[in-house]
Design a protein around this ligand. Structure first.
Ligand SMILES: [Zn+2]
Length: 383
């Protein structure tokens, strides 16, 4: 991928808690509005209203936008890393951590069962990135797996170590010193939508896999049946929540996996623990090739179609036929033309009048890639 980084995003954010970003996949600043989040005091979920009460948004709206080039859906302007940290600190201080983890505790068996179908090593080595309180790791360990965890939340990491006795690195997994090509499996459950540069994050996670190693992750799915129904009814989709920076669709995940040089094993929408498609999320499982391959440097906008992938959980994939990214929901969403904005394909660094103080950042003038700081915390599954 050509170097691009969001570590030096707009130096003049609209408020100290908001920052402007370009598409993390293709680097363009050419997106259309899909939805606007309600003001902090009118967010759907009480926990989000609580966390947002700690933010200083100065009345500025937060939009969910879709890149016209590649179809990635992201929050823009989005909360800064410091604002997200304050959001979670407020939520955790109110005792919501138990809520976060109790929901996940009942799901990990389903994740591990699905992963186990694709990992053949006799005593596989698993890294769970964003491992939360460590339930997935504990279950894998009980089944004889070698385990490592990474978690940014000190609260959760301490809970995992003290309560479940699993090894958890509190911090970015890229600072763990794991050797590239050394792992049999890497999982990112309820993580990708939280990281600030998901493409680099996935690439670095995949680089830890040995040939034939398996990457399993999930993400909010804007092509889910529920999201499509919400669009049809012109209602806000409950899956759009304030701490999720990115949203995906299965077609985009397939292209992302291919462009990272991975072989897609399965992709699906699912609800962990229940053998029905998840109304909110998509799950993806991919394998590091056993033979050397050269991934393309950057996702190409539009065009490529792929056959439907097999299901992660053994059912026929319930996906619509693959369509070019550029012509998917972007043209079918009920957003009035006048409500959309259009940006130049080669954005100028001038300010956006709707967001005083912000400036578009040309994707080509970014500093070469350094890992931007990430804050990958699990959120409670929005239900
Ligand atoms: Zn894009």
């Amino acid at each position: 991928m050509a170097p691009h980084s969001h570590s030096a995003i707009d130096p003049r954010p609209a408020t100290p808690d908001l920052e402007w970003v370009v598409c993390d996949i293709c680097g363009h600043d050419d997106a259309r509005r899909l939805a606007t989040l309600p003001p902090p005091d009118r967010l759907l979920w009480p926990m989000h209203r609580l966390g947002a009460s700690a933010l200083a948004l100065d009345g500025q709206p937060i939009h969910l936008v879709e890149c016209r080039r590649c179809g990635l859906v992201y929050m823009n302007p989005r909360l800064t890393e410091a604002a997200i940290a304050r959001f979670y600190d407020t939520v955790y201080a109110a005792g919501a951590a138990e809520l976060f983890e109790s929901d996940l505790a009942v799901q990990v068996r389903y994740y591990l069962d699905a992963l186990s179908r694709h990992v053949a090593a006799p005593r596989p080595h698993l890294l769970d990135i964003g491992c939360g309180a460590g339930q997935l790791l504990a279950l894998a360990q009980a089944r004889g797996w070698r385990i490592d965890g990474a978690e940014l939340s000190a609260y959760a990491a301490q809970h995992a170590s003290q309560t479940l006795g699993v090894p958890v690195h509190c911090g970015d997994f890229r600072t763990m010193g794991l050797a590239p090509g050394s792992l049999d499996a890497v999982t990112l459950i309820h993580v990708l939508e939280h990281v600030r540069a998901p493409v680099d994050f996935l690439r670095d996670a995949a680089a830890l896999l040995r040939p034939g190693g398996v990457l399993m992750f999930d993400a909010p799915n804007v092509d889910s049946a529920e999201a499509r129904l919400a669009r049809r009814l012109r209602q806000p989709w409950r899956g759009f929540i304030i701490e999720h920076l990115y949203y995906f669709r299965p077609a985009l995940l397939r292209r992302l996996v291919a462009d990272l040089g991975l072989e897609l094993i399965a992709i699906d929408g699912y609800l962990p623990g229940v053998p029905l498609p998840n109304p909110l999320r998509a799950g993806c499982c991919a394998r590091q090739p056993t033979t050397c391959s050269t991934p393309s440097p950057r996702l190409r906008p539009g065009g490529t179609t792929h056959p439907p992938a097999p299901s992660l959980f053994g059912r026929a994939a319930r996906l619509r036929p693959a369509t070019p990214i550029l012509s998917t929901a972007a043209d079918s969403l009920p957003i009035p033309r006048r409500a959309c904005w259009r940006r130049s394909p080669r954005p100028s660094p001038t300010s956006d009048s709707r967001y005083p103080g912000t400036a578009g950042r040309a994707p080509t003038d970014a500093p070469p890639g350094r890992y931007p700081a990430v804050r990958a915390r699990r959120s409670p599954p929005a239900r």
